[in-house]
Design a protein around this ligand. Structure first.
Ligand code: FEO
Length: 408
């Protein structure tokens, strides 16, 4: 057993379970340490499939003032404290910056504020309000910041950039101009737990695919706010972007690529691509999905076909991000949407993508009309709907499938 003792707080760490090496604080820059946690076994993050796990990145800045930027989920608190304690007694922390109150980043804040009673909590006004709605903050000292405010911590300054709705109203970024480090919290993150904390030491495609999936599922509803944030960052020279999930960007080409990718994703531009997403009970709607797919291909449009019985909706969201045409196929069940299609429609409405063209198709047994629910959702989201829903009774014959293919 490894015993870590500080400020009367005792941690007992079982190196067999945790692995001694995984508990190390990692020096990632000048006076900057990664003291977060890797959640290797996380497979779901509020409805988002995370097959590669995730990380909650917390950063310790060792200047004249000792500053902790963000924390970890509550069940990773001991792991974070063990890492911090390798660099400093947590009671010596002077300042805790809360860039975002969502509990994957604030879960360990109550324990830190208890261990470091003199620490000042630095956050936005909406951050203070949200922290108070989550935790007992009655004994905390707050210092509220807004965009452009700076706090000197010794050799360097912390500059704050409020980025509301990236991903909550309280979200902000911390920039260190002397080092050119950006700590943007959720932005530029990925749900990816890897052996290296640096993006340039991991397969480039995986890191960017996970960053795209993160944007598509977490930040897609806030494209306008993402665009504004990018404008706020335009005059910031960045040597390192250290988000609060996944890998840290420090390679100059990767930094440029992830910023360019965010600009593209936030723009709402589409590729000449169709997403055919469907479910099926007895194969009728699947046969129709194939006909729809062929119709798009005949028109020279690239297609991805996703069965909701086989694909997680958070993976389908990645295809949604840059597809111009969305065709949703539903088999009617009890005069209603099929449950997995209904779940997808609820997720779609939450993501609220703009600038798409929608089409609804599907089969029914004895009563049609439920496809109007899909068509109405397209209309609510402001999508183009050049075609009415296409439905067929029971099993579509070849002439019906041909008609569908030609209609698309
Ligand atoms: Fe990673 Fe919005 O929390």
């Amino acid at each position: 057993m490894l015993k870590v003792i500080y400020n009367n707080y005792h941690l007992t760490i079982n190196p067999i379970i945790t692995g001694k090496k995984t508990m190390q604080a990692e020096k990632i820059g000048e006076d900057l340490y990664w003291v977060g946690a890797k959640d290797w076994n996380l497979r779901e993050f509020h409805g988002y499939a995370t097959p590669l796990g995730s990380t909650y990145n917390a950063y310790l800045i060792m200047d004249e003032k000792k500053v902790l930027v963000d924390t970890v989920k509550h069940y990773c608190t001991d792991e974070m404290l063990a890492r911090i304690s390798q660099v400093i007694d947590p009671s010596e922390i002077d300042m805790v910056v809360c860039n975002h109150v969502e509990m994957d980043h604030s879960g360990a804040i109550p324990k830190i504020m208890e261990l470091a009673p003199n620490a000042v909590m630095v956050t936005s006004a909406s951050g203070k309000a949200a922290l108070t709605e989550h935790y007992d903050t009655s004994k905390w000292t707050f210092q509220l910041v807004k965009t452009g405010d700076t706090i000197n911590i010794g050799k360097r300054n912390l500059e704050f950039i409020c980025t509301p709705l990236l991903h909550w109203p309280d979200s902000m970024m911390t920039y260190i101009p002397e080092d050119r480090y950006l700590l943007p919290n959720d932005a530029f993150g990925q749900h990816y737990s890897a052996d290296s904390i640096f993006a340039d030491e991991m397969p480039n495609d995986i890191v960017f695919d996970e960053a795209k999936k993160y944007f598509a599922n977490i930040l897609y509803p806030y494209c306008m706010q993402a665009g504004k944030a990018l404008k706020q960052l335009a005059d910031k020279d960045m040597k390192m972007i250290a988000p609060s999930h996944g890998c840290i960007w420090r390679d100059s080409k990767q930094i440029k690529d992830i910023i360019d990718s965010y600009a593209y994703w936030a723009s709402g531009e589409n590729k000449n691509k169709a997403l055919v997403v469907y479910d099926t009970m007895w194969g009728s709607t699947e046969a129709m999905a194939d006909a729809v797919k062929s119709g798009f291909e005949d028109a020279g449009i690239k297609v991805v076909k996703r069965s909701l019985n086989h694909c997680d909706i958070s993976d389908v969201a990645v295809d949604l991000l840059d597809a111009k045409y969305i065709a949703i196929g539903n088999p009617t069940l009890n005069n209603n949407l099929f449950p997995r299609v209904a779940a997808f429609m609820a997720y779609l409405k939450g993501l609220a993508p703009k600038n798409k063209t929608g089409f609804a198709f599907g089969s029914f047994g004895w009563k049609g009309g439920v496809l109007n629910v899909i068509q109405d959702t397209y209309t609510e989201m402001g999508w183009k709907t050049p075609l009415p829903p296409f439905e067929t009774k029971y099993v579509p014959r070849s002439n019906i499938l041909e008609e569908l293919r030609e209609e698309v």
